[in-house]
Ligand binder design. Structure first.
Ligand code: NDP
Length: 246
């Protein structure tokens, strides 16, 4: 029996990058998976098709993480479609790299609304449906703990915030058998942080392994935390960063 058989997962921002990797891995492990996205209708459909071709079950829901009503509706649609919710992966996130003093209020609001407020809203909505064995997994960042490069002040602040969100919420829902954890990637090759981009060289230099990671490296950790062997891990910040923060 696959270790997530009978479970249902919602992965926010699952049409590309790390979220797509997580969605495919959870489906491979037996979960029925819903993904959200904003603009990438074709990319989301491709992830669903890939999961279905491999024998899994998935749906894609358009829901901007900054739109509370859309996020709540995405949670309800997941439950209405699959009759349950066991795993929420708060993955949708964005960065607007620039010197802090040049960042506009609108840009700071956008980063906070997606990376932090979106996590609050999705988690509150999901908690109405999660029971014993439920999992809340947020994709923070290694920069939520240590910062080696300029230009990501607001982004790093939101990732530090989801770290403490995780630790705080773990204390509130632990007695219900629900775990809350924060997976903190280092540089992972995606559209947001391409391994060939201008920003790549200093990030590679900061890793111990001298290379970028892959979405599958994060998906493997999320799958473990989502699974039955991780039932005693909660309130943890699990860093998968090639040694960036070593
Ligand atoms: P990408 O930009 O490559 O992919 C983002 C995904 O999220 C896409 O599927 C995108 O779909 C979706 N998305 C973007 N904005 C929203 C939104 N407002 N609402 C819902 N979905 C949205 O990002 P990554 O895969 O690199 O990053 C995923 C997470 O991992 C983020 O939280 C990021 O902060 C974190 N992270 C990434 C690192 C890296 O090096 N890549 C390092 C540390 C953390 P669409 O285009 O359709 O909206």
């Amino acid at each position: 029996m696959m270790k997530l058989e009978g479970k249902t997962a919602l992965v926010t921002g699952g049409s590309r990058g790390i979220g797509a990797g997580i969605a495919k891995r959870l489906a491979k492990d037996g979960a029925k998976v819903a993904i959200t996205y904003t603009r990438g209708t074709d990319a989301a459909a491709q992830v669903v098709a890939e999961i279905e071709r491999a024998g899994g079950t998935a749906i894609a829901i358009q829901a901007d993480a900054a739109d509370a009503k859309a996020v709540q509706a995405a949670v309800e649609k997941t439950v209405a479609t699959f009759n349950r919710l066991d795993i929420l992966v708060n993955n949708a996130g964005t960065a607007i790299p620039k010197p802090f003093e040049e960042a506009t209020l609108e840009e700071m609001d956008r980063v906070i609304d997606i990376n932090l407020r979106g996590v609050f809203v999705a988690t509150q909505a999901a908690l109405k449906h999660l029971g014993e064995g439920g999992r809340i997994i947020t994709i923070g960042s290694s920069v939520g703990e240590r910062m080696a490069t300029p230009g990501l002040v607001a982004y790093a602040a939101t990732k530090g915030a989801v770290k403490m969100f995780t630790q705080g919420l773990a204390r509130e829902v632990g007695s219900r058998g629900i775990t809350v954890n924060n997976v903190q990637p280092g540089p992972i090759d995606t559209d947001l942080n391409p391994a060939a981009g201008d920003w790549a060289s200093p990030q590679i230099a900061n890793t111990a392994l001298k290379r970028y990671g892959h979405a599958d490296d994060i998906a493997a950790m999320v799958a473990f935390v989502a699974g039955p062997e991780a039932s005693y891990i909660t309130g943890a910040n699990l860093t998968v960063d090639g040694g960036t923060n070593a």
